[in-house]
Design a protein around this ligand. Sequence first.
Ligand code: ADP
Ligand code: MG
Ligand code: ZN
Length: 618
Amino acid sequence: SSQIQSSTKNVIDIEKEEAKEQEIYYKWTDELYFKLSKIFKLANFRNNQLKAINSTLSGKDVFVLMPTGGGKSLCYQLPAIIKNGKTHGTTIVVSPLVSLMQDQVDHLLALDIKATNLNSRLNAEQKNFVFQLLVNGELDLLYISPEMINASKKFQTVLQSLFRTHNLSRIIIDEAHCVSSWGHDFRPDYKQLNYFKENFCNIPIMALTATANTFVINDIIKNLKFNQNNMTLLRQSFNRDNLFYQILPKNSNTKIMVETIKKFILENFKNQTGIIYCHSKKSCEEVSEMLSSLGIKSAAYHAGMSANERIRVQKSWQNNIVQVICATVAFGMGIDKPDVRFVMHYTIPRSLESYYQETGRAGRDGRYSYCITFYSFKDVRKLQKMIQIDKSLKKENKTVHLNKLQQVMTFCENQFECRRNLILNYFDEKFDSNFCFQNCDNCVKKDLDLTETDASQIKEQDITETSLQIVDLVDSLGSDRVTVISCQEIFKGSKSAKIVQSGYTQLREHGLGKEWSKQDLERIFFHLITLKVLQEYSVMNKCGYGSSYVKLGPEARKLRNRKLTITMKFTITEKRSKTSKSDTTVEEDPQFIKILTNRRARRIEFPTRPSENRPKRV
Ligand code: ADP
Ligand code: MG
Ligand code: ZN
């Protein structure tokens, strides 16, 4: 609807607006800052919190889109205890998960704020007790699960009476993406939430979420029946400006890698906390053991461990007894350690969503933190094979996963464009890379003029003809068992003994791909497998080990019938060989150290406004 304009702003605009909001004095401003520090024990507001709070206290409907960990709860918990010269009544909070509710209630009780929750797990007696508290005005906040609205007539009656006595202060819909069937986690129970505006149209509503595009936001606003003439949409950039992003070549020798990581930790993060993500249980344990033997206190964390063991490891990491946790993706959800100074990907993540989420666990406290990913094409192939043989994935989903993996590969291989720009664009956000302020490897390189040549750029290229040649080659191999690697060698025109003996030099397609570099051919074959033009199949030998060979895939026919055009993004540089660093070790890479030292000097600090600067009554 017209309420929503594309509102991606750059950092400076946001800073300016925040400053403006801080200058406005409302009748609740004194009480607000007093309770922020005395009850919540916080010194400052974060981005958009103050605006959300002032808007809801002004009686507006508010939509808050803020990244995970951004501080959405404060946007409604603080207004819930603002009296503003009267009584503040009760705030109703709808939340989808009972466990999340309980966490929040415990947290509030610890701050001496009166809160409880109401869900279908309570028995009749317990529910009645909650209703009693509600009617007596003894609750600042009540957390409910969405089904309570329709499940309990009694609850509706209690709400009506709160409303009549002016004690229903506002309605909060947390995790509001659940309202929209277009969101990624739709819950049918959330559809009933239009109940609030239909029955109490002048009671302000606030919806909060970390994931919604413009389309989903509109849908939510419509479903909840927001008052569109009196509403505020707060959409915050997903840019994490305190994170430094870097991709480094990975050496296939684990010992060298772990040595490098150790050195790196000792030089930059002595006694500071970090996470190293690995792709398998075995890899977690290997890296963790090697790091420990080098004197860095670390522990493994993966789904193969018992629940108790995992809790023990997590606790000792959270209490800083263990410095580094070597984890699979099983580690993360619901873990809120604010002072994680570095997140490393020992193996690349499987999607850019995971990359954003996992790197996002660094620097929750707003302090400067590092995200370092070790990249090798070998790992891409390893993950590709893992996806291909994953029995838990349906066929269609495999294609989705393979595509996502390829996006990660393209992201990692990109040595020119601002990483922030690439990530934020992926999430539909416009971002001006000038506002990266050299906080990613590529921006630093550009600034230091470390790029090979100005002509370096990413170009989309049509590879349909080459793909057809490759399809012809695979076709002429017939039923021969040939690996992807051998196939690439034949295409490139190798005359190795093995290839000559097999007679492959006689094929028409032998050497047709000699103009391509080895890396580009690897990437093209990878792309063709993703597109199902080629397919890998495994054959078990007597010892039970599988080897994979290549054959034509279901999409090959489409390509041959000219119903498929294939394009791919390539990095175009004049000195191509210089960009292929996959075999140099990290230690030998002079950029590694240079980038980090350079970055320190260039970090631009935005001044934070202490709360003493808040507006004074005039
Ligand atoms: P979200 O719901 O957006 O994921 P939370 O509301 O759970 O985030 O807050 C995440 C963390 O940020 C919590 O530990 C919270 O105490 C902290 N936090 C929130 N607001 C502030 C603030 N203004 N200053 C410092 N820490 C804050
Ligand atoms: Mg939350
Ligand atoms: Zn950048």
